[in-house]
Design a protein around this ligand. Structure first.
Ligand SMILES: [Zn+2]
Length: 158
């Protein structure tokens, strides 16, 4: 069976940055199962897997536009420390912060006096990503999975 929209696809993957550092991997874990065609994985990887089948291995290099998008410096803000939940931010902590576009999770990148610098960009925004993927299985998604927009069972939700 080939990978196409509305198939439940199981993959093992390793994700590296341009320097070859491993950013994420399913090595030693359960493989990932996702619903193809639903935007559950980054668009470039979904496109690279289209038409592949069980046992296929692919390598895909994704530009930021095919992955988590470009960094937007407007998402880096200086906000008063007292506006963060516990008022004691440290570099590396993540907070839910209110922005003009709603809430986002932001990473504290600096603390100076009464102000903290928080970065709301996705951690992988602006990065070129290198995926090594092995297709472990492809099956029809169930009616319930299609209705929910995600897979159930091992490697999936619930
Ligand atoms: Zn569900």
């Amino acid at each position: 069976m080939q990978i196409a929209s509305n198939k439940a696809v199981t993959i093992h993957y390793t994700l590296k940055d341009d320097e070859g550092n491993v950013l994420d991997s399913s090595d030693g874990r359960e493989p990932l199962t996702y619903l193809h065609g639903g935007g559950n994985i980054v668009p470039g990887l979904e496109a690279a897997l289209e038409g592949k089948g069980e046992g296929d291995a692919i390598q895909a290099t994704l530009t930021p536009d095919q992955a988590y998008g470009q960094r937007d410096e407007a998402n880096v803000r200086n906000i008063p420390v007292r506006k963060l939940q516990d008022g004691k931010p440290k570099v590396g902590m993540r907070y839910r912060v209110q922005t003009p576009d709603g809430y986002e999770v932001a990473l504290v990148t600096a603390v100076r006096g009464d102000y903290a610098t928080v970065d709301g960009n996705h951690p992988l925004a602006g990065k070129t990503l290198h995926f090594d993927v092995k297709v472990v299985g492809v099956r029809e998604a169930t009616a319930e999975e299609l209705e929910h927009g995600h897979v159930h069972g091992p490697g999936g939700h619930h």
